[in-house]
Design a protein around this ligand. Structure first.
Ligand SMILES: Nc1ncnc2c1ncn2[C@@H]1O[C@H](COP(=O)(O)OP(=O)(O)O)[C@@H](O)[C@H]1O
Ligand SMILES: [Ca+2]
Length: 406
């Protein structure tokens, strides 16, 4: 804990605290416009002692569904949603701090997949809501975030919260984020070989907290869990194919249903006549995954923090506890995938996609990234009661860019 205080001393040196020199609390508001939902994170920073040591004290978090991209064809309807979330900030931040509190929204894969025109129309709606709010609206406050930042900022969050970015002995940990539309992998390479073998745009130098980190990071667009469902069904990028039915051996045999994603309606169902179960499903999933991702050799032996849908699906299948999280091996996902896919009738109260999702996660980890069966995954939703989301890293970055730190 004391490490964190020490670290903040560097981050906010005593004579430089423009946001608020007198008050002992200040705030930062970060919106995460994800493909499946929009979330608000209101971070509180506190100055506890007269020496002006600042600490991240807490977070207020709320989320709404569906994601911004669901309003692609009626952007004006989006307004209610951002207003509703912004009301939380109005309640949480004391009025005298409103105009010193920055508010920013960053959109991820859902908007990256929309046409430029539709995405900009949605962002404009949000910008109007922000401009009418009493908060500090920085330039470029509403934008689509670059995928490499999504990975880097999540890595910053996790390694900050676990105390790895302060002090001398830094043992940083890699991060895996499985969103609805994209997935990210990020780590600090230890081997020279990794730097040599990585595609050029997978390495990014990033400055934060007075250090420069050269990270391996990549965001695979279309490899989020929900986009992967469409890819497996053969329906990705097949807009408005009226009435077409997409079938898969990963779905319950007699299932026929509809699914809305990114503003498009899809019909899908099981292999009524053909095979179902883990084996055929894995083969189907492999077509989407195999050879599509870069495999850095050095990660085979390391352990990673994993969140978002890795966490959710592990909770759904009782691999981990919803509150506690836990540590799993890659093979635990495979074991569950087999159990669910080969007994789909027993799991018919769960999501019809459970088999497909678990099989995809298994294939993504093993055949996609090249992890070993016994690679350890630390599944975490919160560290010290703060969400393990890129939004905290983004808030640090925001404060840094506003000149609140050097
Ligand atoms: N702050 C958060 N806390 C918990 N889960 C989150 C958070 N942000 C995203 N998720 C999870 O991420 C997954 C969806 O990813 P999302 O952010 O909507 O898509 P994408 O990152 O592809 O735009 C869901 O499992 C959702 O529960
Ligand atoms: Ca996300």
């Amino acid at each position: 804990h004391s490490n964190r205080v020490m670290w903040f001393q560097d981050f906010f040196p005593p004579n430089m605290c423009p946001i608020n020199a007198k008050d002992d609390t200040f705030y930062g508001i970060m919106f995460d416009a994800g493909s499946t939902g929009t979330r608000i994170h209101i971070y509180t920073f506190v100055q506890k002692s007269p020496e002006n040591l600042l600490e991240l004290e807490g977070e207020i978090f709320e989320s709404v569904k569906p994601g911004l991209s669901a309003y692609a064809d009626q952007p004006e309807k989006e307004k209610n949603m951002s207003l509703r979330l912004l009301d939380m900030a109005i309640d949480a931040v004391p009025p005298h701090l409103w105009k010193k509190t920055p508010v920013v929204l960053k959109a991820t894969a859902g908007l990256r997949l929309l046409s430029e025109e539709k995405a900009q129309a949605l962002l404009l709606e949000v910008r109007e809501v922000f401009e009418e709010s009493p908060f500090l609206v920085p330039e470029d406050s509403v934008s689509i975030m670059d995928g490499s930042y999504e990975g880097i900022l999540a890595w910053i969050t996790v390694n900050f919260l676990t105390g790895q970015l302060s002090g001398q002995n830094q043992h940083t940990v890699g991060t895996l984020d499985l969103g609805g539309a994209s997935t990210q992998i990020t780590f600090l390479p230890q081997f020279e070989e990794t730097l040599k073998e990585a595609p050029g745009d997978f390495l990014t130098s990033f400055e934060m907290f007075n250090s420069t980190y050269k990270l391996y990071t990549h965001s695979y667009l279309g490899f989020g869990l929900k986009a992967a469902r469409l890819a497996i069904l053969g329906a990705l990028n097949m807009e408005a194919v009226d009435g077409q039915m997409f079938r898969s051996s990963c779905l319950p045999k007699h299932l026929e249903a509809e699914w809305h994603f990114g503003g498009v309606k899809y019909r899908y169902g099981g292999n009524k006549e053909g095979e179902t179960g883990f084996k055929p499903c894995y083969l189907e999933v492999l077509k989407v995954v195999k050879g599509k991702l870069h495999q850095p050799t050095e990660i085979r032996g390391s352990s990673f923090y994993a969140f978002s849908y890795y966490y959710d699906r592990a909770v759904d299948t009782n691999l981990i506890d919803y509150e506690q999280g836990g540590i799993l091996e890659v093979k635990d996902f495979e074991r569950k995938a087999k159990e669910v896919c080969d007994n789909m009738e027993r799991y018919n109260s769960a999501s019809p996609f459970l088999c497909m999702d678990l099989t995809y996660i298994t294939a993504l980890l093993k055949e996609g990234f090249g992890f070993r069966d016994n690679t350890l995954l630390q599944l975490t939703k919160k560290v010290n009661n703060i969400e393990t989301s890129w939004t905290l890293g983004a808030t640090f970055h925001l404060l840094q860019s506003l000149g609140i730190t050097y």
